[in-house]
Design a protein around this ligand. Structure first.
Ligand code: SAH
Ligand code: SF4
Ligand code: F3S
Length: 455
């Protein structure tokens, strides 16, 4: 008997790990007859995969739930059930609150419970479906119980290798929402990488909340670090590009730095968040690195891979940040010269140690002013870096159509967005492009036509 397909809609916020998790949830539910669709209307199940990293996260979830409630009521008036589920980091942090405040939510479950989805969905299904809340950190690993992936990730695919974090930066919710650091067994990762390449991936982005803390059991029984894994995966024929995200400077060991020089498939671009350029603030953040150590790592990486470019995350207006601390942050950004950066105004997250530093809070108008000064500098650096690419021929991985008709969109080795005119059949390929013009956030150019006869 063939089962009629049920419709599933997933909305994802947050980091790349959440995107990966949404794909895995869709894989699991596929085996229960659910097919993922791209609109929430008249579907059997909706999952909101949420992020708790900065302020208003919970508000956003509630306003989305308010909108979805209408879809649920419309459908249920016709006698059909719609399960509304909240997953991800807000579910983990605020699960009970969501259950109380939104009685039409049927399921709330945290990131470590996705392998239990079939059981949870069965309980919540049917007209007498139960409400489910599951924010446990189970002792068995969800990775051992997820099915093989069938959600085609395209030319550039995410692969989660590590999850959770033991670093406890004082501003951050991740150690609480994702739990203790956990590394997958290397062989599992290697097998998954092979499957992704067989499905057409040219690029694999290894993911973890603190990915370079990776320490999985290797095929030989010894502990493998990230560099070991990268070297092994780089041997896969057909795989052209490897990236990893996000790293902590403290976990950037010499072997990994050396791998940046040796493994050409490892792209010459690294997101290495520093958060602040003031040693005093770094200490208050419990970052376990100072400015000098960070600069030393950057210098070593540049020595290992001269063309490497960097991006970072910065938090502006952390409690206790003085004008001088802020100047030090500006100086660090000038010294490093980033290709791009994310910067955020500090927001106190409930339950984190920094949330107790109320007395030292930077007034909001000062934090906003500093943030915009900082972003001006970073925008200039990004525009300058993009400008330095003009006239170069860069291999571009085309992974989707551009917004305009006849346009393709892809990524340079430095992760810049590149738009060119080109035939759709080039999607899923790496093609040389001569960069003709740069913008603040992207590049454009022409596909290089190699004329063999003329050569
Ligand atoms: N694992 C990553 C961070 C993930 S969170 C790392 O170690 O760098 C992504 C970014 O959000 C952080 O780098 C930080 O810059 C920002 N962020 C985290 N908590 C924040 C907070 N309470 N207020 C403002 N920004 C925050
Ligand atoms: Fe959060 Fe990253 Fe610090 Fe871990 S290392 S606590 S994920 S900011
Ligand atoms: Fe957000 Fe959770 Fe990722 S809080 S950034 S979705 S780990």
């Amino acid at each position: 008997m063939t089962q009629a397909h049920k419709k599933l809609f997933i909305k994802t916020w947050g980091c790349q790990m959440n995107v990966y998790d949404s794909n895995r949830m869709s894989d699991i539910l596929f085996s229960l007859g659910y097919k993922t669709v791209d609109s929430p209307e008249d579907v059997d199940m909706i999952i909101l995969n949420t992020c708790h990293i900065r302020e208003k996260a919970t508000d956003k979830v509630f306003s989305e739930l308010g909108r979805l409630r209408v879809h649920k009521e419309a459908r249920e008036e016709k006698g059909n059930r719609m399960i509304i589920a909240v997953a991800g980091c807000v579910a983990q942090a605020e699960g009970n609150f969501i259950m109380e405040r939104a009685p039409f939510v049927d399921m709330v479950f945290g990131p470590q419970t996705y392998h239990e989805l079939p059981e949870m969905v069965l309980k919540a299904s049917g007209n007498k479906g139960k409400r489910i809340i599951n924010t446990e950190f189970p002792t068995i690993s969800k990775f051992d119980h997820l099915p093989d992936e069938h959600t085609i990730e395209g030319a550039s695919a995410y692969l989660s290798i590590q999850e959770g974090c033991d670093r406890f930066c004082t501003f951050c919710v991740v150690p609480y929402t994702r739990g203790a650091e956990y590394s997958r067994i290397s062989q599992e990762v290697i097998d998954e990488a092979h499957r992704l390449v067989e499905q057409g991936a040219l690029e694999i982005i290894l993911l973890g909340q603190n990915v370079n803390a990776y320490h999985g059991i290797g095929p030989d029984g010894s502990t493998w670090r990230l560099a070991d894994l990268i070297r092994k995966i780089s041997e896969i024929d057909g795989l052209k590009r490897i990236r990893y995200s996000t790293s902590h400077p403290r976990d950037m060991d010499d072997d990994l730095i050396a791998a940046h020089g040796e493994v050409k498939k490892l792209m010459p671009f690294l997101h290495l968040p520093v958060q602040s350029g003031s040693d005093k603030i770094l200490k208050a953040m419990n970052r376990k690195h100072n400015v000098d150590l960070y600069k030393e790592i950057i210098a070593k990486l540049r020595k290992s891979r001269p063309e490497i470019a960097f991006s970072s995350d910065f938090i502006i207006g952390f409690p206790g940040e003085t004008e001088q601390d802020f100047k030090d942050t500006m100086q660090l950004a000038r010294d490093v010269e980033y290709a791009s950066c994310y910067s955020f105004k500090y927001s106190a997250r409930p339950g984190t140690p920094a949330a107790n530093l109320q007395a030292a809070l930077v007034p909001d108008h000062i934090a906003s002013k500093r943030l915009s000064t900082f972003q001006n500098l970073i925008n200039k650096q990004q525009a300058q870096f993009n400008k330095s690419c003009e006239g170069k021929i860069l291999p571009i991985l085309f992974d989707r159509k551009g917004k305009k008709e006849g346009q393709l969109s892809g990524r340079s080795p430095y992760f810049q967005s590149v738009y060119v005119k080109g035939n759709e059949r080039l999607i899923g390929n790496i093609i040389d492009v001569k960069i003709t013009q740069s913008f603040d956030n992207s590049l454009t150019g022409d596909i290089v036509i190699y004329d063999n006869e003329a050569a």
